[in-house]
Design a binder for this molecule. Structure first.
Ligand code: AGP
Length: 608
């Protein structure tokens, strides 16, 4: 979705803005633009399409300055076009605005301004902001903001320049993320940490209704009421290199191969690996809360929802706590039966997904306690939840989630084991045994990843494949859901996941000799049933790939088999999915897909 960058300092801001926008490309966009105060005058360049087109335009029509803003737009109101792209100027060309989010009452505001004779250039909701500011402007933009911002409804992160105040960059946040990085004599504004990691890891995370007045000398924070407030910086632990490709052709491949490290670091954050004990202070429940728990609800979207489904099985199986999972976009509108004091676990890599944020707010409104599992420090969900457990995956840039998913599952494993122990269902010794097995997962993940060539060769042999069915039972079914999503989102190959027992109830009608069926066989106690289903699809001439735990005997030599190192059945989803992530990557690669930025998708879905 849209991306924001800004700079105030002593350097020429144009290369900095373009580099920042390039770091945000992964979010998905269809046009880009910058506004710079050049010798006291507002200079704007915008272009439809890729950032390269904007760079080319700037090459032909250069601009420079020490203060500027930049934006990548993902069209919501009005088609992707130069006039609809940001920054948006007021009619007098003195105020420039970039915006992430949606101004929900823009039609009313636009009608009001049109009634006063203001004419609009674009179809966007954003233009009302620059025009409103201009309409009420009396020489002090900060005062104008105090008047105009309360008039806006919806969600917004704004970056604003005013030609009359050439040293000031104004930032506003309400419901859409915005951070300001502090360096010596300069400030970097961004909607996303990865855009500024190169310059600083010392960041202010704006709160809703904050207005920041940024100059190269310093920064002042206000509430939209005009009251001045203090804000502290947060240190971001992510390294500068973590947001680079580091020699890989794509972020997705890099992130797949980062998983052993991400798992190790996440585990070490919650588990003392010497004593094999869980770090109490890092956990969401104490003994009393664990024993009082009657029900948990897990909400999330997409891949995070799939991790939540695995989490449900882990918590119910190990800790015997009734757990429901729901898709955040459904949960937020469903007439849920809520009791005050319930606990909701919100899972979100970005911590900014609009539906998940809304679900968190709904749950809090009903008096629930919210525990967030997220990857991004200071994200909306992290800030609005009662307790946060971070996945230490590092920045995930590829749209397709890989390392966030496996570290989310790891957190559920730790939560489930901890709850089981606190509820007296797992002795300390049994807990240590399971934690020892968890600690072995990163190495086993490395073993799976070492099969990269084999997976690439298989993908090559399946080049023309148009339909893939993933089947499995219990945990294997939930892992199959994620497998099918991964394949379709990056390679655009039609893929579905079915609980293997459901095949006979309809989907088997679609199976023929052009279908690839991927059977997931890691749940030892039920695997014989899935193998029977494999025989049913074999009889319909489907091509078969088996992803099976090592000890499971298989004896049909014509099937391709990928072996998952043996582990506790409950922990196998983390290992199994690595094969499919690589398979999805290589299928997409040979089809020439835009792997890190698949068509129509955005990394962080911050609008409904
Ligand atoms: C993952 O591959 C997807 N692109 C998508 O389903 C994603 O998991 C979903 O949008 C939720 O994002 P979040 O984890 O940042 O909330």
């Amino acid at each position: 979705m849209c991306g924001i960058v800004g700079y105030v300092g002593q350097q020429d801001c144009v290369p900095i803005l373009l580099k920042g926008l390039s770091a945000l490309e992964y979010r998905g966009y269809d046009s880009a633009g910058v506004a710079v105060l050049e010798n006291g005058k507002m200079a704007v360049r915008k272009e439809v399409g890729r950032l390269a087109a904007l760079e080319e335009k700037i090459g032909r029509m250069p601009l420079s300055g020490v203060i500027g803003i930049g934006h990548t737009r993902w069209a919501t109101h009005g088609e992707p076009s130069e006039v609809n792209s940001h920054p948006h100027l007021d009619s007098k060309n003195r105020i420039a605005v970039i915006h992430n989010g949606i101004i929900e009452n823009f039609r009313e505001l636009k009608a009001f301004l049109q009634g006063k004779g203001v004419s609009f250039r674009s179809e966007t909701d954003t233009e009302v902001v620059s025009q409103l500011l201009s309409y009420y402007y009396e020489g002090d933009l900060l005062k104008t903001l105090f008047r105009v911002i309360p008039m806006l409804e919806g969600s917004y992160a704004l970056g604003i320049l005013c030609q009359d105040q050439p040293e000031h960059l104004y930032c506003v946040r309400n419901g859409s993320p915005l951070i300001i990085g502090r360096a010596k004599g300069e400030f970097y504004v961004a909607s996303d940490i990865s855009a500024i990691l190169e310059y600083t890891r010392d960041v202010y995370i704006l709160e809703d209704d904050d207005i920041a007045d940024v100059t190269k000398e310093g920064i002042a924070f206000y509430r939209e009421t005009g009251e001045q407030v203090e804000r502290q910086t947060t240190q971001i632990a992510w390294s500068r290199d973590s947001a680079q490709k580091g020699g890989y052709d794509h972020f997705m491949l890099k992130e797949i191969f980062e998983q052993p490290r991400a798992l190790r670091e996440t585990l070490a954050h919650y588990v003392d690996l010497e004593t094999l004990t869980i770090k109490r202070e890092a956990m969401p429940f104490d003994r009393e809360q664990a024993n009082a728990l009657e029900k948990l609800t897990v909400i999330a979207c997409g891949t995070a929802h799939h991790a939540g489904m695995i989490g449900r099985v882990l918590i119910e199986t190990l800790a015997r706590v009734k757990t429901e999972t729901d898709i955040a976009s459904e949960y937020r509108y469903y007439d849920t039966i809520d009791q005050p004091g319930e606990t909701l676990i919100a899972v979100s890599q970005s911590g900014e997904t609009a539906d998940t944020v809304a679900a968190v707010r709904k749950a809090k409104g009903h008096g629930s306690r919210v525990v967030a599992l997220t990857n991004v420090i200071g994200s909306t969900i992290a800030r609005e939840s009662d307790m946060v457990m971070y996945t230490l995956a590092g920045p995930e840039i590829a749209v397709a989630s890989t390392k966030a998913y496996t570290t989310q599952i790891l957190l559920f494993e730790i939560i489930a084991l901890d709850l089981a122990n606190l509820r007296g269902l797992l002795t300390d010794e049994e807990l240590r045994e399971r934690l020892r097995e968890l600690a072995a997962l990163p190495e086993k993940a490395e073993q799976v990843l070492s099969h990269r060539e084999e997976v690439a060769d298989f993908a090559h042999s399946e080049k023309g494949c148009e339909d893939v069915f993933f089947i499995g039972r219990l945990m294997d079914y939930y892992t199959s859901l994620e497998a099918a999503l991964k394949l379709k989102e990056v390679s655009y190959i039609h893929s579905e996941a079915y609980a293997a027992g459901e095949l006979k109830h309809g989907p088997i009608a679609l199976i023929d000799d052009t279908t690839l069926v991927v059977a997931t066989l890691t749940q030892k106690r039920i695997v014989a049933k899935t193998i029977s289903n494999v025989e049913e699809v074999r009889a319909r001439k489907a091509k078969i790939l088996l992803v099976a735990s090592e000890p499971i005997p298989l004896n049909n030599p014509q099937d391709t088999v990928w072996r998952v190192p043996d582990t506790d059945d409950l922990f196998s989803p983390i290992l199994m999915i690595l094969y499919v992530q690589m398979f999805a990557y290589y299928m997409a690669l040979q089809k020439g897909c835009d792997i890190d930025k698949p068509r129509n998708l955005a990394k962080s879905v911050t609008v409904e």
